[in-house]
Design a protein around this ligand. Structure first.
Ligand code: GLN
Length: 447
């Protein structure tokens, strides 16, 4: 009831596409009865969560922030969500996001922008913007989001939260609406990394519906402890890069200093491919998106234009009317880079670049436990300011897409508010593949 009142009081933030008020209350009351009876409760009994509007929940709408799926009701539940539900989690609603998770400001949603609770004139980040504000504005404890190139860490950082994406394959993608399948991962946002560790422990592991989620043992992330001094690497050019906000560079320098003082080894290392990170990410993800989104043809499910006479016209009109500008831009770009005659020059080359980027990052992580970086080069920008400048938006993804290109686990860590301002700041730590146990334990060491 407290969280529902909080949602009602803050409608202007536009956090939720839909609130499951009655259902959440019923489930909470049922758990309360079970508790009074002395029944055994799940590990998440009474825990109120939000789900990003790209995660399927049987019998509930899921729209991916798109007109295309405005009236779509999911016939099944995502594996990761089912595991949370089985432990008693209560879903309070589905959160607003950029259309098909494409964006960094939550401004590409069919339902309008979500606003940052620290400053409602500014964006909360994206694409899991509603997820971030759902925790920031105290409407739930834990938010389930998704990350293709930073959509959990960047909004978490813009809203002063922890935001975590696991190793690619650690959590099943079954029931997560696809954007770039070789990048997509479900992630979590919370005020406390302990919540994230427990959520991950419950969601992680093999799934017969997702062949990319291997049968690796799931460590007890929630009880893992960090031991001894760690080796932490950073890229010194980031500290000197004038296109990175000065306050963000200060935050990074202060974090490095503090870790040194704590007794960890903190050393500069080289990364040669900063110029290739964003182009590689946008060639590959738009290619995958153009293929994934071909299923929205106006015939099988989703929006169908009422004005179309022929089959051809049905395809064209349904997709033109159902998808927003940014989604159409990416479908065109992705179709282009996959076209005969361009495939080798763009898609093939980007695949090779991805491998080179991954090898260099993993080379660093063979010698160091973590890499420390900013989350974003910019602070939360004013709503509407960057909406017509896709390139500016894409470039701002530089530090988050690296983890997704390489499949690595990474977590955004809040450090408070900017020196002379009111906006949240923080940094991120990235670890080698399957090292989320050490990463999360390290982040929790002082808690
Ligand atoms: N901002 C990036 C993009 O627009 C990342 C989005 C995401 O992680 N879903 O592609």
């Amino acid at each position: 009831e407290n969280y529902l009142a909080s949602i009602d009081d803050q409608r202007y933030l536009n956090i939720y596409v839909e609130v499951f008020a009655d259902e959440a209350l019923d489930r909470a009351r049922e758990q309360d009865r079970q508790r009074q009876n002395g029944d055994r409760l799940g590990r998440l009994a009474g825990v109120i969560i939000s789900i990003k509007d790209v995660i399927c929940y049987a019998g509930h709408g899921v729209s991916a922030g798109s007109r295309m799926l405005e009236d779509f009701v999911s016939p099944y539940t995502a594996t990761a969500l089912q595991r949370l539900l089985d432990e008693g989690a209560i879903v309070i609603g589905r959160t607003n996001c950029d259309e098909f998770a494409m964006g960094s400001g939550n401004e590409n949603s069919h339902y309008g922008p979500t606003r940052n609770a620290a400053d409602p004139a500014r964006v909360p980040g994206g694409s899991s913007g509603g997820a971030a504000v759902s925790v920031q504005a105290n409407t739930c404890l834990l938010a389930v989001g998704s990350s293709t190139g930073g959509s959990v860490r960047q909004p978490a950082s813009f809203c002063g939260l922890y935001g975590f994406k696991p190793t690619y394959g650690r959590i099943s993608r079954h029931g997560l609406i696809a954007y770039g399948s070789s990048f997509d991962q479900i992630g979590l946002l919370s005020r406390d990394p302990a919540d994230i560790a427990l959520g991950l422990e419950i969601m992680a592991g093999a799934d017969r519906y997702d062949a990319t989620a291997p049968n690796r043992p799931v460590p007890l992330y929630s009880t893992a402890e960090s031991s001894g001094p760690r080796r932490i690497a950073y890229f010194p050019e980031v500290l000197e890069n004038e296109s990175v906000d000065a306050g963000i560079r200060q935050t990074m320098a202060a974090a490095l200093e503090e870790l040194r003082r704590e007794g960890h080894t903190v050393e500069p290392v080289a990364f040669d491919y900063f110029d290739y990170v964003v182009p590689t990410y946008y060639v590959l993800t738009t290619a995958e998106a153009s293929s994934n989104l071909s299923r929205f043809d106006g015939m099988r499910y989703g929006y169908r234009s009422p004005d179309a006479g022929t089959l051809e016209e049905t395809y064209k009109r349904s997709r033109s009317e159902g998808f927003g500008t940014e989604v159409q831009r990416r479908i065109l770009l992705g179709t282009f880079v996959l076209s005969t005659g361009y495939y080798d020059a763009f898609y093939g080359k980007a695949q090779r670049a991805r491998r080179v980027i991954q090898e260099q990052l993993r080379g660093v992580l063979a010698e160091y436990d973590f890499i420390l970086m900013p989350v974003s080069p910019s602070r939360p920008w004013p709503v509407g300011k960057q909406i017509d400048d896709p390139v500016a938006n894409y470039l701002a993804d530089i530090y988050t897409v690296m983890a997704n290109l390489a499949g690595l686990p990474a977590i955004a860590i809040p450090t408070g508010t900017e020196p002379n301002g009111h906006l949240p700041v923080g940094y991120q730590l990235m670890a080698d593949l399957w090292r989320e146990e050490e990463l999360l334990a390290f982040v929790r060491r002082t808690k």
